[in-house]
Design a binder for this molecule. Structure first.
Ligand SMILES: Cc1ncc(COP(=O)(O)O)c(C=O)c1O
Length: 382
């Protein structure tokens, strides 16, 4: 090669989601690995998208997003969390939550800055911090309940700490932050320069009456937070890649400075379609119930299996422990399940800095009932 390339990442392996999905395709396995639904979308959403295209909404949207969509986002946030974000200066529509997270991190992280994240973490956080010259400080969540050890967090704070990234409902564990967590977090960041990313892509997928606590709903936290949302998770359209970032004016300003050169704007017809969907609040308010039924179907159908069923309070993931079945590592076992038993999952160790292996696999239950039942039948035979 006439040139040298050095990866900017300390770990430049392809993401586990692409690896497991590719293996599932190759092996013809049921794919409960990557987090996406295998069922169709609301027909009215299809019609709104068609309408937008026919109406000629096919050119660049304004950089911050279509005004009609930003208005609906502002109304929804005000109704659910009591905070009215300004549509001109505090709401930015982006092509997916992952890009929103990238734009937020790159807006404020300078070389040498430290960002606290919690393992197991969504896999974009650490590489995005590194691509921007920052350092990820990875704190493990407690096991087996996946909560935050606040004492460990306060000990990890240094003069270089610039940001913390939290995610609730949590991927992969389904755990959720409590009022007490928010209180502890506020104590730690009070009188500091620490900014927050609150990754809330599963905001509407909560179970058993649990309420999602958005950082938007807490004045002190909202004042230093980028709140990240994804329409992909809410409307079963992960392939449409559309999300948004809520942040106070000063943070939105720096976010947009960089974002205008990352994507400039997001897909116009899709924005129109989501604006229309948001007019009907039931399109997101019933989502928790919808997925709770699927979670319960999955859990009930594997009750007689040898897997240990962990709690799932939100998100569309179920963790299953397998230490009663084999001493294999979780990556090896996940691969064997895909090849031999034709069911794909995600091994949890890959979400940890030190590949901590608690012998757990993550299964996505955002699937047709028949897929869930087929998966359960396989799992019960293992
Ligand atoms: C915690 C978390 N954040 C962000 C995303 C990405 O969302 P999007 O597809 O809108 O980029 C995901 C998707 O799996 C996720 O689980």
């Amino acid at each position: 090669m006439p040139y040298n390339i050095h990866s900017k990442l300390t770990d430049n392996k392809p993401s586990i989601f692409s690896v497991m999905s590719a293996l599932a395709r190759k092996e013809g396995a049921l794919n409960l690995s990557q987090g996406f639904p295998d069922f169709g979308i609301d027909t009215s959403l299809m019609e709104h998208l068609n309408d937008a295209v026919r109406k000629g909404l096919n050119q660049y949207a304004p950089m911050a997003g279509l005004p009609a969509l930003r208005e609906q986002i502002a109304l929804k946030t005000a109704k659910l969390h009591g905070k009215l974000y300004d549509i001109e200066e505090e709401i930015t529509v982006v092509p997916g939550a992952t890009l929103g997270i990238f734009a937020a991190i790159s807006a404020v992280i300078h070389p040498g800055d430290e960002v606290i994240i919690f393992d197991p973490a969504y896999d974009s956080y650490q590489p995005t911090i590194e691509l921007n010259g920052g350092k990820a400080i990875q704190i493990p969540l407690t096991f087996p309940d996946f909560s935050i050890d606040w004492k460990q967090v306060s000990e990890a704070i240094s003069s270089k700490t610039r940001m913390m990234i939290l995610n609730s409902p949590h991927n992969p564990s389904g755990a959720m932050l409590s009022q007490n967590d928010l209180k502890e977090l506020k104590k730690i960041v009070a009188n500091t320069n620490i900014l927050l990313i609150s990754d809330e892509v599963y905001e509407h997928i909560t179970f058993d009456g649990r309420k999602h606590l958005s950082f938007a709903g807490d004045e002190e936290l909202a004042a230093r937070s980028f709140v990240i949302a994804s329409f992909g998770k809410t409307y079963h359209t992960t392939g449409w890649k559309m999300g948004y970032v809520l942040a106070p004016k000063a943070l939105t300003k720096v976010l947009r400075e960089g974002y205008q050169f990352m994507a400039f704007s997001a897909h116009t017809p899709t924005q129109y379609a989501f604006a229309k969907m948001l007019e009907d609040t039931s399109s997101y308010l019933n989502l928790g119930q919808f997925y709770q039924r699927k979670r319960d179907l999955f859990r009930q159908s594997i009750e007689t299996s040898r897997f240990k069923i962990f709690p799932s309070y939100g998100s569309y993931f179920q963790l299953l422990g397998f230490d009663a079945i084999t001493h294999e590592g979780d990556v090896a076992f996940a691969e064997r399940l895909t090849k031999e038993f034709k069911i794909a999952s995600i091994p949890i160790s890959v979400f940890y800095k030190n590949q901590t292996d608690n012998k757990i696999l993550r299964f996505c239950f955002a699937k047709k009932d028949e897929t869930i039942l087929k998966a359960a039948e396989i799992l019960c035979k293992i």
